[in-house]
Write a new protein. Sequence first.
Length: 282
Amino acid sequence: MSERANAHPADRRGFGDTSGPLVLVGAGKMGGAMLEGWLALGLDPARLVVIDPQPSSAIAAHAGLRLNPDLEGLRAAAIVVAVKPQVAGEIVPRLGSLIDTTTIVVSIMAGRTLAFLEHALPAGTAIVRAMPNTPAAVGRGITVAVANQFAVGSQRDLADRLLGATGAVEWIENEQLLDAVTAVSGSGPAYVFLLAESLARAGAAAGLPGDLAQRLARATVDGAGELLHRSPLDAATLRANVTSSGGTTAAALEILMAANGLDPLLARAVAAATRRSRELAN
């Protein structure tokens, strides 16, 4: 599916020289996380333009960046569109005046296709559509991106660097795969949070004090995730390594890995999310 997974953002080398500013349209949770990632990697705030009718106090406090300036005559090196998809039809066409032949437009709006963006923007605009996820807020996100035919060379490289400021980036060629990406990594953090909730409830049902059960569940999910992140071993091997034959873990996994256990349940959940992603795109 992917061409490559990029290095952790800490290994990146800036954003290069550009002929115009970097414009962020929408500085909510995801847009704000990307902005913080760019600044943490040393991007000069003077190169940033932020368009948001209700910016947070944290965004407004950044000295040097231009917040809701007059856009007359401005031509952007890159525009990152991070508004809600429901307002895309109103917002995206207005960005046409900021675009020239060197501009790259990066959309992280769920469900808004390359075709939609190409129709709303000037003909020949270089566009990347991307699906990040919420761990971007702590620099541990993963983003999957797909480019249109006009996004090549330095434009695509700049898009890669902007997206990579909050975690790893995977590139695909088939845009239709983004529905499944949305179901796995876009929605996936919620599945993990639900696992922590369920594990805590199960611990309380087994007799643990509720607050202790919650702390144990949270620390276990957090620690296991970090081990998976750092280890060169795959998830199946790590699972096998903590499962002794006839032991307590094996007894639990016998339930979770039964014919009606976790695998088919997650398959149904991901399929449902994939279907819904396609419905929203249409």
